[in-house]
Design a protein around this ligand. Structure first.
Ligand code: ZN
Length: 438
């Protein structure tokens, strides 16, 4: 089956529900940039797609960074003098500061407060905080919980380890007809947070599962890596593959109620940028397309100047752009199947457009070729306004078929629908005025 046949019949509602259920399976796991949480998550993913698990040892140099020591956590609590757990890692894994050092001692309230993180403006939410590169221990709790802890003293315990080990990432390749690749990446390092970024992990797995059934033009590579250091590690270890990447998307926060926002690649005119703008502008829904900025998610690494992949970042709400961001309110109620389905429908359309779109080379690029002599004016009809539009399609396709620009670019620039440009390209091919490129 080709992608058009599949996407025409796609039940996006069911797809959104499938992705939400997978999120629920992954949600309880305590993930971080290293450690067993990522491994456990990838093991669940392997039930659906044959993702390969890669391990990169601590201290491996990756560009200007090194792979950090591995963090694992088994338990964490704040107990009162009677031994009652007031704060318990088993109730919510956000309660332990991510990458907290181990601790086991009795502290005063004052000492404890210096190691507690809250969100005073949202007194019932637990914040998500990390301490990847600072040696510290700590707890995250709601302001209400902190206010009600009592006077102390308290027994505090974080049963964690930070030791030499590995950074873990997952990678899945779905072969297509060409070696040219479409890279889809999403970060997999956050603990029990739903929109950021299990929404995108689940959507990517759905896409991988379905694309694997199709006859594809591109080879698809899915990367599930921890944010920042995971992306840097993947890029450092796979630099020989980068020249094959023709299109790429970073997926982040794709399941919240916000409207879709897309950040273009650093290049600003990659085919994936054009395809995304075409698809979004063709829908009757609000959306935002932003120019590239070197801040946000892993596009910062994939679009660093020495890498500069044709990668855009597909989101609904932007990082920090929704109130529940990095807190216990980013949960399975915030993310709803309908929003996952909406994100998926856009991604499927973009992928289908890029799968089907070709770039061509004008074989007679010096001045306009003589269309009348070749009977091309006759071929596209008489003097009606429709025929005029079709003539414009021929002229646009010939002018921008310089080997650099594909049909999505021409569609966006001209405002002419893709179908008309495809028909024009077919006529020009038959007249030997165009060569199809890969
Ligand atoms: Zn985040």
């Amino acid at each position: 089956m080709n992608i058009s046949e599949w996407s025409d019949d796609l039940d996006t509602t069911a797809a959104g529900e499938w992705a939400h259920k997978l999120m629920a399976d992954l949600f309880p796991i305590c993930r971080s940039i290293t450690g067993n949480g990522v491994r456990e998550s990838l093991a669940i993913i392997q039930k659906h797609v044959p993702v390969e698990i890669r391990e990169v040892a601590t201290d491996t140099p990756v560009f200007d960074w090194t792979v950090p020591r591995e963090w694992n956590v088994r338990d964490g609590y704040i107990k009162d003098a009677s031994g009652k757990r007031l704060i318990d890692f088993n109730e919510h894994n956000l309660h332990v500061l991510n990458y907290s050092q181990p601790v086991n001692k009795t502290v005063t309230r004052e000492e404890l407060e210096a190691h507690c993180f809250t969100i005073p403006d949202h007194p019932d939410r637990i914040p998500y905080r990390t301490s990847y590169y600072n040696d510290d221990w700590g707890f995250c709790l709601s302001q209400n919980q902190l206010d009600n802890l009592g006077e102390g003293p308290f027994d505090v315990c974080v049963d964690s380890s930070i030791e030499d080990g590995h950074l873990t990432y997952g990678e899945l390749v779905i072969p297509g007809k060409t070696k040219k690749e479409f890279l889809i990446t999403s970060h997999i390092c956050h603990p029990s947070l739903a929109n950021d970024n299990l929404s995108s992990v689940s959507i990517a797995i759905y896409l991988a599962k379905e694309l694997a059934k199709l006859d594809l033009r591109y080879t698809y590579r899915f990367v599930f890596a921890p944010a920042t250091i995971g992306a840097i590690t993947w890029l450092a270890q796979n630099s020989e593959k980068l020249s094959n990447i023709k299109h790429a998307l970073c997926l982040a926060c794709t399941g919240d109620p916000g409207s879709i926002s897309y950040k273009k690649s650093r290049r600003g005119d990659a085919d994936v940028d054009t395809a995304m703008e075409l698809v979004l502008s063709g829908r009757d829904q609000p959306y935002v397309v932003d120019e590239y900025t070197p801040w946000g998610y892993d596009e910062r690494q994939y679009c660093s100047p020495g890498i500069d992949l044709p990668l855009g970042c597909f989101m609904r709400s932007k990082p920090g752009g929704y109130g529940e961001y990095h807190s216990s309110a980013d949960n399975l109620e915030l993310v709803q199947p309908e929003f996952l389905a909406d994100s998926l429908s856009v991604l499927v359309e973009v992928i289908a457009l890029l799968e089907n779109s070709r770039a061509y080379r004008n074989t007679s690029p010096k001045c306009e070729p003589q269309l009348g002599r070749r009977g091309l004016y006759e071929k596209i009809g008489g003097t009606t306004s429709e025929a005029k539009t079709d003539t414009m399609s021929l002229l646009w396709v010939m002018n921008y078929s310089d080997g650099e620009h594909g049909l999505p670019f021409i569609a966006k620039k001209s405002g002419i629908p893709m179908e008309k440009l495809e028909a024009a390209a077919k006529i020009l091919m038959e007249a030997d005025l165009l060569d199809a490129l890969d």
